[in-house]
Design a protein around this ligand. Structure first.
Ligand code: CTP
Ligand code: MG
Length: 230
């Protein structure tokens, strides 16, 4: 039986958020942002290990108490310059104990409001898929492509367009091969898998699973968390 592991890349600096503190450590409802991501993943009993990948010079992690996840948590300090490098380094470090056909769920440290139902659905659906899959949301707004003067060049039909979220779930061996072959600026794992000519399954999620990117997103995440388990 293949196992399921979560890999949480947390080596970014949060440049769009601004400020001194990397955004994964910003306080949200009393605990750092990344603690919410870990809680959401840990609530799913099928997830075996939680692997956090930090920057080698992270000076924040040790300031907090992580004992709630002690047995399941593994902390690696091998983050790369870009997200894809962080994930690949994490996968390489897992290779000693993780089977090539184990599933790895890559989840942003900056997504604190992952609904349990969406995570469960991803596991149910993607585990029976030959490629794997990712949470995503059908695009709701009308889309415009801008010209260099910020004028509308064209309206892009939104039919069939989805916004990718995380977790993104692929087999350890396949994802490692895909990221080894991919350019280092890929912003998600599915893109690397697609470059192998494979087609990841889109599993419907919803807008509560937002990525905290800009300062105003923190307040929104706080409000969503208040009602996430209703
Ligand atoms: N990430 C990472 N290693 C990097 C860059 C990003 O592990 N070299 C992680 C971030 O810590 C975050 C996730 O990838 O958990 C999603 O990235 P993003 O939201 O872009 O975070 P940052 O890169 O930190 O933010 P920004 O792009 O605004 O600098
Ligand atoms: Mg980034």
């Amino acid at each position: 039986m293949s196992r399921f592991h979560a890999l949480i890349p947390a080596a970014g600096s949060g440049s769009r958020m601004g400020g001194e503190r990397p955004k994964q450590y910003l306080e949200l409802n009393g605990v750092p942002l990344i603690a919410h991501a870990l809680s959401a993943l840990a609530r799913e009993p099928r997830v075996d290990r939680l692997v956090v990948v930090l920057s080698p010079d992270d000076a924040w992690w040790d300031n907090y108490d992580w004992s709630a996840w002690q047995e399941r948590l593994q902390v690696l300090r091998c983050g790369g310059a870009a997200r894809a490098g962080t994930v690949l380094n994490g996968l390489e470090a897992m290779a000693g104990w993780c089977a090539a056909d184990d599933w790895v769920l890559v989840h942003d440290a900056a997504r604190p409001c992952l609904p349990a139902g969406a995570l469960g659905r991803l596991l149910d659906i993607a585990a029976h898929d030959p490629v794997g899959g990712l949470l995503a949301v059908p695009v709701a707004d009308t889309l415009k492509r801008a010209d260099p003067d910020c004028r509308v060049e064209v309206t892009v039909p939104r039919a069939g367009l989805w916004q990718a979220q995380t977790p993104q779930m692929f087999r350890h061996g396949m994802l490692r091969d895909a990221l080894c072959a991919a350019a280092s600026d890929m912003t998600d794992e599915a893109s690397a898998i697609e470059q192998l000519g494979l087609r990841p399954k889109l599993v419907e999620s919803d807008s509560r699973n937002l990525k905290v990117t800009y300062p105003q997103d923190l307040r929104l995440a706080s409000l969503i968390l208040e009602h996430l388990h209703d």
